[in-house]
Write a protein that binds this ligand. Structure first.
Ligand code: SF4
Ligand code: ZN
Length: 233
């Protein structure tokens, strides 16, 4: 067990640790990271419950971890904003240790950490690039949470998104997978950032994550002029 895994396992930063032990990433380091929202109660190995196992069966080798490392009892299995904030140092430490090249973000909370203005229903299955730490770039894709897939009748969405994610990883060229529809509303996209975020005209002008310097551009001419979003840790 690494120092990071150890420190997550013994974390008592927020009251959630009383409801179950923290679950750090549990696999050998892999260029593919799969991020769930939080472990179901009683979980000791990430993605070992039935919904998680379904994901493992489709994706295979990857490093599996959670945005919030402790689960909670009761019927609600989605982390609150304050739980995400409390566990953010643990999540950041794990991602910095894993240093993935590809990341599948499962559920709305996992997407919201990086893009709070996007929602899963219109952003799912669409790649975008992030900068983690100082210079490492990671290509992300979002899909529904395994729990929503299993209990909310979205298993087809999950399979569809994962198979697109795998195709993208195999192709090793995410830019050919960038969407033609807006990640904010699903309408036809006219513009997009160099990070791969496709937007309709309305979302381009209203979304705060489009840097001022890029507002009003219609397709950047020079794709090497990167303006990447940072994940501050
Ligand atoms: S949820 Fe995260 S921050 Fe809270 S106790 Fe568990 S590991 Fe620590
Ligand atoms: Zn839009």
């Amino acid at each position: 067990m690494t120092r990071v895994q150890d420190s997550v396992r013994s974390c008592t930063l927020c009251p959630l640790y009383r409801q179950g032990s923290p679950v750090p990433y549990g696999d050998p380091l892999n260029p593919i990271a799969v991020v769930g929202e939080m472990p179901p109660p009683g979980t000791t190995i990430p993605f070992s419950d039935s919904a998680g196992q379904m994901v493992r069966d489709i994706i295979g080798d990857a490093t599996y971890l959670y945005l919030v490392s402790c689960g909670k009892t009761g019927s609600l299995k989605t982390p609150t904003d304050s739980e995400v904030t409390a566990c953010r140092p643990n999540f950041a430490a794990q991602i910095l240790e894993i240093r993935p090249k590809w990341m599948l973000l499962m559920g709305s909370s996992s997407l919201a950490v990086f893009h709070p203005d996007l929602n899963v229903s219109t952003a799912r299955g669409k790649p975008f690039e992030l900068t983690i730490g100082k210079e490492k770039s990671v290509v992300c894709m979002t899909t529904v949470s395994p729990l929503m897939a299993q209990s909310g009748g979205m298993a087809d969405h999950l399979r569809e998104d994962i198979s697109r994610f795998k195709e993208m990883v195999d192709a090793e060229n995410w830019k050919t997978f960038v969407s033609d529809t807006c990640m904010g509303c699903g309408a036809w996209a006219e513009r997009w950032t160099d990070e791969g975020i496709a937007l309709c005209r309305d979302h381009w002008t209203s979304n705060p994550f489009v840097p001022d310097s890029l507002r009003g551009w219609v397709r950047k001419q020079n794709p090497t002029e990167e303006t990447q979003l940072s994940f501050d840790v």
